[in-house]
Write a protein that binds this ligand. Sequence first.
Ligand code: SF4
Length: 368
Amino acid sequence: MRKTRVISIGSAFLGGEHPVLVQSMCATKTVDVTATAKLAEMLKNAGAGLVRVAVDTQKDAEALPAIRENTTARLSVDLHENYRLAELAAPYVEKIRYNPGHLHHGETKVSWQDKVKRLADTAGEHRCALRIGVNCGSLDPARKNDGLPMLASTLEHADFLDSIGFINYCVSLKSSDPAMVIHANEEFSRRRPDVPIHLGLTEAGIPPEAVLKSRAALEPLLVQGIGDTLRVSLTVPNHRKHEEVEAGFMILKNAAAGTIAVPSDLPQHGLNLISCPSCARVENDRFVELAVKIRDAVQFAADFPISIAVMGCRVNGPGETDHADIGVWCGANHVNLKRGTTPLGTYSYEDIVEKIVLEVRRRTTLPS
Ligand code: SF4
């Protein structure tokens, strides 16, 4: 069995022979201290060993002391472009996640190595762990042409952290495609058997299909001993977020019993609805409801091999819809529609479902 090195996340340990830690993420606005602390507490009570919150702005970071006071959940911050916010956040959390792809968006004169060094120094000073969180939809531009870009980027950052003597980190290699998640994690684990791995299928979508897709990605890895922590991402309203934790424990139980997902359990190769779980960055509270409406409205095309990606914000939406046949990402008042990488326009929350249905009809009636 694979035995990774042990890292510490506050009072918890990851890796080695420690049990796989199930985690989840708040989808409340981080500045809404009451709602975020309440959701973190609910997730902790459901069994989450770590709860992530998004920190994109100074105001988000400034909310952390009060969130910390109002929950006993272990907290991780999810950073985007503004890596410097780690310095404000670190005293109040146990872990910091950064995405190598996002370090290239701002301060272009500062090398990614200098940025990571600064993150590692901050994490070290406050005894936080780091996660190198690589995502297929937001890759480092310099790595996009590598054979398996996620793998190359993760290895590069892991090697760099080792070289500066920071080893309290884990990695994640996430995609919305279960086969890619399996392949990337198997390869990383083969190349770096010592580094703890956070498993997850990103933008898994709406249950129950999302749970089946997550099983397909995670169970085959767990039975090989790959994975030290995991998160199941579900597009559900906040009051149902505990389902992410329950699904995580169910997946661990299946893997332990060897009853892993088999092809006949899984969604067939027809329509593939990819949707993000939402987070603090979501720009309109109607996002989850919209994703469900879209899922229901396109069922007529269930047997057609079309992928539809539905994303909650402008931060990740434009990039993470590029690989889908039809992409939708939400702004505060309007929803953007794409065909592949081509923008088709913006529509109101009231009109977008009909536009998507028309687009799906157009595709399904095209001669093959
Ligand atoms: S697409 Fe945006 S709203 Fe959805 S999970 Fe990603 S960052 Fe959050």
